[in-house]
Design a protein around this ligand. Structure first.
Ligand SMILES: [Zn+2]
Length: 367
C-alpha cells in the first residue's frame, strides 16, 4: 500500500511538473487521469518478479464494524433479513428474496442498528475493523446498490484483503486515508440505488479479495456506468464474514490466507487464459506448483460465489476434459455449493455449465 501511495504521489508530482512546464503556452493542458489501479501496472508478469512478502496480518486488533458486538453468538436478531420470511437472509450465501422467491448471492452480512434517533434513523457509527488504507468511498447514494459505501484495503501475507461497509447515511473517511481498528468511516443508514426502507436500515459488511486489477479497464470497455473503477461490487468477492470473524476469534495470530485455506472449493474451472491470471499475480501464495506459460490451461478452484481459492496448471486429464471447449467445470462439490446452489454454475444435459452470470464472472476474472 505504501507502494501505491508512492506511485500516486509520483504521478501527481509528474503531473504538477508537466503543468509548470506547460505554463508558457496559452492553452492549459488536460488534467492527468485519475489513477485507477491499486498497485503499479506490471510490466510483465512472471514468477520471478512477484511482489515481496507483505508485512504481518492486520487482524490482531480486530474490532466489529459497528457497536454491535454479538455478531458471532449465533443470534439472528442482530441481523436484518432481506426477506422477513427467511430470517437467515441477512447472512452470507445464496438466499431467496422478493415475492417470487428469486435467488441471488448475498456476499456479506447485514448488521442491524443498535440505536435510532427520534425520526427512526440509525445512529450507529461504522468503523474500520482493522488497520488499513481507505481504497474507495462512494458518496453518491443512487449510483450503486451498495448506496454510499467505503472500501478499506488491509495488508495480509496473502495480499490485499478488502473490507466493505455499505448503505451508509454519511461518510467521514476519504480515499487514501490510513485507518486503525475502530477509525470511524461513517454512520449507518439505508442508502441504495434500490430503495431500502428506514425500518430495514443496516450496514452491509463484506470481507474478501479483489478479482482483477484490470477490472476497471474491462468495465470501461463495456461502458459500464457508473464507473467505480476497481471497487465495483463485481470485482470484490467476499468470504462469509461470520466464518472469518469466528476463525479470527479462535486464531488471532493467523492470516486471512490461513483462513482461506480452510474454505472448501465448490467447483473447478479449467480454462486457457490469454495471459497470466492477474488474481494469482497479486495473491501468489494461492498458486500451486509450476508457473504459467503462454497457452497452458489452468485450473482455478473456486468457492460457490467464484472466489478463487487455489490455482495451478491443468494435468493431462483436465487438459483432455477441456479439449477445444472454451472451458470445463470439474470437481463439483454439492455440499460446498450450498443448499440453494450457485448463481455461477448449473447442471445441464452435457454436464455442468456456467450460467450467464458465471460467464461474465469468468470474463472479468481472466480479462
Ligand atoms: Zn447485505
Amino acid at each position: 500500500m505504501q507502494t501505491k501511495h508512492y506511485f500516486r504521489c509520483s504521478r501527481w508530482v509528474a503531473a504538477a511538473a508537466a503543468l509548470l512546464l506547460a505554463g508558457c503556452h496559452s492553452e492549459p493542458p488536460l488534467p492527468p487521469p485519475q489513477p485507477i489501479t491499486m498497485l503499479p501496472e506490471p510490466a510483465a508478469v512472471t514468477r520471478t518478479n512477484l511482489p515481496p512478502t507483505p508485512p504481518p496480518p492486520a487482524w490482531k486488533s480486530l474490532v466489529f464494524p459497528t457497536p454491535q458486538t454479538r455478531l458471532i453468538e449465533g443470534d439472528l436478531r442482530v441481523f436484518t433479513p432481506a426477506n422477513p420470511a427467511h430470517p437467515d437472509s441477512g447472512l452470507f450465501g445464496t438466499v431467496r428474496t422478493g415475492a417470487k422467491g428469486q435467488s441471488r448471492f448475498h456476499e456479506g452480512i447485514d448488521i442491524a442498528p443498535l440505536q435510532r434517533d427520534r425520526r427512526g434513523e440509525p445512529t450507529d457509527e461504522v468503523h474500520a475493523i482493522a488497520p488499513g488504507v481507505v481504497g474507495y468511498a462512494n458518496a453518491i447514494a443512487g449510483n450503486s446498490n451498495y448506496g454510499k459505501y467505503v472500501v478499506v484495503l488491509h495488508n495480509d501475507p496473502v495480499g490485499a484483503v478488502y473490507t466493505l461497509y455499505a448503505h451508509l447515511a454519511s461518510i467521514t473517511a476519504r480515499p487514501g486515508q490510513a485507518v486503525q481498528s475502530g477509525t470511524p468511516l461513517g454512520v449507518m443508514g439505508h442508502t441504495s440505488s434500490s430503495a431500502i426502507p428506514r425500518e430495514r436500515a443496516h450496514v452491509h459488511f463484506e470481507i474478501g479479495l479483489l478479482n482483477n486489477e484490470r477490472f476497471a479497464y474491462w468495465s470501461r470497455a463495456q461502458k459500464l456506468k457508473p464507473d467505480h473503477g476497481n471497487f465495483h461490487g463485481q470485482n470484490l468477492t467476499g468470504v462469509d464474514p461470520l466464518a472469518f470473524l469466528r476463525w479470527q476469534h479462535a486464531h488471532p495470530e493467523d492470516s486471512f490466507g490461513a483462513f482461506l485455506a480452510t474454505q472448501p472449493a465448490a467447483f473447478e474451472l479449467v480454462v486457457t487464459p490469454a495471459h497470466a491470471v492477474d488474481f494469482f499475480r497479486r495473491y501468489p501464495a494461492l498458486w500451486e506448483g509450476a508457473g504459467w506459460r503462454a497457452g497452458a490451461p489452468v485450473v482455478v478452484s473456486c468457492a460457490a460465489n467464484g472466489l478463487p481459492l487455489k490455482g495451478r496448471l491443468a494435468n493431462e486429464a483436465e487438459r483432455n476434459a477441456l479439449r477445444r471447449a472454451k472451458y470445463a467445470l470439474t470437481s463439483i462439490n454439492a455440499a460446498a455449493l450450498g443448499r440453494n446452489g450457485s448463481h455461477l454454475v448449473a447442471p445441464a444435459r452435457q454436464g455442468w455449465v456456467l450460467t450467464s452470470t458465471g460467464e461474465r464472472w469468468r470474463d472479468t476474472l481472466l480479462y
